[in-house]
Ligand binder design. Sequence first.
Ligand code: FES
Length: 327
Amino acid sequence: MQAQVVALRDVTPTVREFELRPRREGEGEGGLAGAYEPGAHLQVQVMTAQGRLQTRSYSLVGEGDGRCWRIAVKRLDDGRGGSLAMWRLAVGDRLQVSAPQNHFGLDLSAPGYLLVAGGIGITPLVLMAQRLAAHARRTGVPVKMLYGARNAEEFGYLAHLRDALGEGVTAHEGSTPIDFAAAIAALPAGGQLYTCGPVPMLEAVKRAWHAAGRPIADLRFETFGSSGRLATQSFQVCIPRHDLTLTVPADCTLLEALDAAGVQTLWDCKRGECGLCAMDVIAVDGEIDHRDVFLSEHEKQSTTRICACVSRAVGTLTLDSAYRADS
Ligand code: FES
């Protein structure tokens, strides 16, 4: 459906909030935004500066009012161009959006909760904090939150979180490592942890969760495909099995480039979580920037596989696909 930008607000120097009012062709504007659950996101179509139409997922921020959706976008000057396209929008502009979808649902049956957000990863957790605060008032189930940001100006939603959780929120500024082990130790047995943030933070949370012997099913996370170690740039890919060499442009994922070149791929989440798109790496002339949370740290270091939906490289990769000619 179409949505119109009805308001813009900079919540930090690098994060802009968009209020979008959905409308269907020939219909009025009332009530289309409907209700949604914590963890929901919109798919949004953006036109990059290179004229490529791309789809991005943005979490819905906070409780809705039934008329509009709110999303927040971090401006990434060295990203794939989606955030810059969003930042070029003005009030009154229209764009294509999906209805809300949710792969990061909140389960209210646990005896305690820990929320961990890093940077723009706060967006899906704002509504979780608000719903869990209401749940805590009804049931007494404890909720704690850790919120990390690069500097004090980048705590975009801290006031909302303090309103909901009061002293239950701890803000961590700068690059000092957060003591996830201590926070996990304070979580009651059977408690759940919900986290969203950059890949290194998610890896640290996963390590601490495993070290505490907690069940993996109680750790719920969502990634965003922009959290690379290296700046996003074009790179080369050779696939001897298909006798193919191609360039992956900066505003395109490896998966999209393979698809455009006619290489059949498997995929599901497109967020670096399920591993279905993982391809074998034959050689690396340069460096891989792993942006997934599926491969183990050992696999990432040994550079034997790459998740094509989010991970990138600098230089040239030689890959193998799963394609096998019929014998
Ligand atoms: S499609 Fe799920 S990790 Fe790439």
